[in-house]
Design a protein around this ligand. Sequence first.
Ligand code: FES
Ligand code: FES
Length: 155
Amino acid sequence: MTQKFTLNVNGIVHTVDADPDMPLLYALRDNIGLNNPHFGCGLAQCGACTVMVDGEAHFSCQLPIAGLQGRPIKTVEGLGTAEKPGPLQKAFMEEQAAQCGYCINGWLMTAAAFLRDRKKPTEAEIRDALSGLKCRCGTHISILKAVKRAAEMMG
Ligand code: FES
Ligand code: FES
């Protein structure tokens, strides 16, 4: 049976009528109408669905919405806009760090959560922070350069 849930996404409160077990990923895309995060595997293996909850990166395909009421959720849409991109988005554009772009949501949100607390990370720390993500196009080197560039801009 469906219930009403209030979700705070990028600072805006949305009411979603859904099954308590429904993954946050579906609420964000189907109920709220955001274009990110993306569905990749649905099995916690790719990271395309990553969002921030309470400032930490999480796979939204694995988070039932019942436990998320009142907790701040951030998606790529909360990092900046096409007109005013945030530093991570700028760095990804400057490094041309995408091919098809399908996975990029995951890298952006994981890096955003990581760089929130880590001002001058080493390359090894960045690699470690991003190690749970997959890119089928093999753009890992450009992505690494983009996150390093963003870290410099933000640090
Ligand atoms: S879609 Fe969530 S980890 Fe792949
Ligand atoms: S850019 Fe295509 S899957 Fe990563």
